[in-house]
Design a protein around this ligand. Structure first.
Ligand code: A3D
Length: 320
């Protein structure tokens, strides 16, 4: 049986890391695409040359031509620009919207059956635009944000409690931005919900609130340290988890920016919700019960995403 084909659209910081991870895990043959000629070819050759040492069998090639992604099973999109210190994700909207148009059209033409994972920011608006431009089925186009946001939340919680990251589960809903909604009630350590851990004296509500705020600001914290770009190791690891769930039909329960039409009272918009990812793409959207505070926070996040989508329509009238 032929290996799956994984196309990475954008060969920058995240694209290069994705290529390395996908090849090392032998998820399939990797094609790195970028408009800057030489960069995808150079990174691909470098990774391919590491394969005898890392002992992995995966073809890794670089290209600046969409023809090379033909028939890809998975496309992961990082094309565009990242933020610099002082910028919000929303400041990237104008530039990255144009990029989504060319990428959406390129994927639709050459890999129309692929499962498409968008990472480009501002995430919830860009994945919506990418799906509009590509015209692909909603369950096959998804945004990566929740796996990363909950990963950050889990890491901070594991540090606070001095326990293994493997035993910490966390839940984050809503848009990928300052309005994201980390849910304490659904986040657990060894199955024990966070509010119970506060009652048990493992931590205080103040410390938990600080961790939640640090999770919301997680992207900005890295941008502030790096100064020249944004996070790439954890974002790449998160998208690989989603790609693997699709390729291996794992039916993973993962928070993703999915097309929600009906659930949560929403009508045809992309926002972060718990999903089941398997061979059908987004096979299910899980509608959880929100208490009044969580619902208020979720509604605020949804409104922020709606504002960005309206801004996209203002810039490109074909989206209206
Ligand atoms: P960077 O290292 O700049 O890579 C982006 C690449 O896209 C560059 O190599 C560009 O040449 C390439 N590119 C630009 N235009 C096109 C085009 N039309 N077609 C193909 N390639 C193109 O950025 P990065 O890899 O650090 O980040 C990529 C994106 O991911 C940015 O928009 C970030 O803001 C975003 N990001 C999202 C998250 C989420 O959690 C959603 C996290 C971190 C970064």
């Amino acid at each position: 049986m032929a290996r799956p084909k994984i196309a990475l659209i954008g060969a920058g910081q995240i694209g290069g890391t994705l290529a390395h991870l996908a090849a090392m895990r032998e998820l399939g043959d990797v094609v790195l695409f970028d408009i800057v000629d030489g960069v995808p070819q150079g990174k691909a050759l470098d990774i391919a040359e590491s394969s005898p040492i890392g002992k992995f069998d995966a073809g890794v090639t670089g290209t600046s031509s969409y023809e090379a992604i033909a028939g890809a099973d998975v496309c992961i999109v990082t094309a565009g620009v990242p933020r610099k210190p002082g910028m919000s994700r929303d400041d990237l909207l104008g530039i990255n919207l144009k990029v989504m148009k060319s990428v959406g059209e390129g994927i639709a033409k050459h890999a129309p059956d692929a499962f498409v994972i968008c990472i480009t920011n501002p995430l919830d608006a860009m994945v919506w635009a990418l799906r509009q431009f590509s015209g692909m089925p909603a369950e096959k186009v998804v945004g990566m944000a929740g796996v990363l946001d909950s990963g950050r939340f889990r890491y901070f919680l594991a540090e606070e409690f001095g326990v293994s990251v493997k035993d910490v589960n966390a839940f984050v809903l809503g848009g990928h931005g300052d309005t994201m909604v980390p849910l304490s009630r659904y986040s657990t350590v060894g199955g024990i919900p966070l509010p119970d851990l506060v009652e048990m004296g493992w931590t205080t509500q103040e410390k938990l609130d600080a961790i939640i705020q640090r999770t919301r600001d997680g992207g900005a914290e890295i941008v502030g340290l790096l100064k020249t770009g944004s996070a790439f190791y954890a974002p790449a690891a998160s998208a690989i988890e989603m790609a693997e769930a699709y390729l291996k039909d794992q039916k993973r329960v993962l928070p993703c920016a999915a097309h929600v039409d009906g659930a949560y009272g929403l009508k045809g918009m992309y926002v972060g919700v718990p999903t089941v990812i398997g061979a059908g793409g987004v096979e299910k959207i899980i509608e959880i019960k929100l208490d009044r505070n969580d619902k208020t926070a979720f509604d605020k996040s949804v409104d922020a995403v709606k504002g960005l989508v309206e801004a996209c329509k203002g810039i490109d009238p074909t989206l209206a």
